[in-house]
Design a protein around this ligand. Structure first.
Ligand SMILES: [Zn+2]
Length: 182
């Protein structure tokens, strides 16, 4: 098995050589980025937004944390994107078989900073009937937190941006958009 650094260097070489990426790279490097969508997603390596939405460079502004936990830095990044770009949508993308939600649901006690992640999620999923309900609740609470931010709220109130919760299925690759969120 190749060591990770070799794998990364090789991957970067083929990325550089890809004409489609090169064109987009040149365009966005000179003209700047205009991401149409802000994606808040889990850090899980299987939930890569650019892959899931077949999106090219410059299309998605992505904030990823374990289990969609949102501290001031994450919210600040969303605030920045909303007020800087003309992104119309904030997708809050949870997924099935989420390790962070499962750990919180099992009530595992963690030490270090990880305890903040599981503590936050366990508060969000309190009262969930099963794990998929917990995953959905976790997404909804993350949406609420983003919505409460005054900067984001001002864009929401003017109808300039919309928050859409969504769940990604690791097995089928399908994203279920949970429209109608208020
Ligand atoms: Zn996850």
């Amino acid at each position: 098995m190749k060591n990770p650094i070799d794998k990364l260097m090789e991957g970067n070489k083929s990325f550089i050589a890809n004409d489609e990426y090169a064109a987009k790279r040149a365009l966005t490097a000179t003209r700047g980025q205009k991401p149409h969508t802000i994606v808040v997603a889990c850090s899980d390596s299987r939930v890569a937004p650019e892959f899931i939405f077949s999106a090219n460079i410059g299309e998605l502004f992505v904030v990823r944390t374990a289990g969609l936990t949102l501290d001031n830095f994450a919210i600040g990044s969303i605030e920045f994107a909303v007020s800087t770009f003309e992104s119309k949508v904030i997708i809050v993308l949870g997924h099935n078989s989420c390790g962070a939600v499962a750990a919180a649901a099992e009530g595992k006690k963690h030490t270090g900073k990880l305890r903040f992640v599981t503590r936050e999620i366990s508060l969000r999923i309190c009262g969930a009937e099963n794990i998929s309900d917990a995953e959905r609740l976790n997404v909804m609470h993350a949406c609420n937190l983003i919505q409460m931010n005054p900067v984001v709220k001002s864009y929401l109130d003017r109808g300039e941006v919309e928050i859409i919760p969504a769940i990604y299925d690791l097995y089928t690759g399908k994203v279920e958009f949970l429209f109608g969120y208020e």
